[in-house]
Design a protein around this ligand. Sequence first.
Ligand SMILES: [Zn+2]
Length: 313
Amino acid sequence: MTDAVLGARRARLPPPPGHKFPLGKYRLLRERLVAEAVAAPDDIAASAPASWELLATVHASSYLERVRTGAMTDREVRVLGLPWSAALVERGRRSTQGTVEAARDALAGSGYGMNLGGGTHHAGRAAGRGYCLFNDLAVAVTELRRSAGFDGRVAVIDCDVHQGDGTAELFADDPSVFTLSIHGGANYPFRRAVSDLDVDLRDGVGDDEYLGVLSSSLDEVGGADLVFYLAAADPWEGDRLGRLALTKAGLAARDGVVLDRAAAWGAAVCVVLAGGYAPDVADTVDINLATARAVAERAAAQRSVRDPAARAE
Ligand SMILES: [Zn+2]
């Protein structure tokens, strides 16, 4: 079969602007995806930048104008946590469009799409926060509704260790989107918006407790036609910003719990990476790679089930 195993999308990245943000993980992940035959090079499509017009369907035009022209205030840059540069803006736009395209892949193809980036869940309507310039999830939902005729129910399953405040803010008044955030209760952000379901975990929570809480939280979500899964690496025990104690095996089990549940719902799944701040970036890449492998296996299995029907037509 020559079909793409994984409809992975990647955002092109500029060199790091001398910051701790682990830009290197994106290139390393792409290389390992190919080296370990999780994806062929041709399966990984570069993302175009999201248009300003599309971004304006979610974000305040005054905020976008300051981002576009480099006129962000000192306070805005502090809250964002990254210095402004044209390259940063370009990366944010490409990362956002990657989620749009991965969600389209999920709805149109095997039921799965993955952005090797994205999950910028702290960005609100008029503010970038916590390394997140634009909210890719909100932009993707808007775009799918606007141009792809999608009118189904959406569930955001946010397993980043930091609460998804921007996503909660942007979907607060949208009853068709269920936002679940499962995160460290004592961790950033310290001023929060309210998700449909927020789960505050205490510091040091490990695999068993996490997986139990995740499973019962998914019971409360109930179902969806499209799932956005933020498969972050930062709940890992060695993460610098995480404060939880999940092992790599526990994180792989977490992926399985979410993907199994989405399959049981009959939902298409768009997977995004979100955070990961291991001291050695290779550990973050290990975790992301395991997620991508799980997604690729499920996408391939879905195709093998579907192919006989396709030939019969
Ligand atoms: Zn995070």
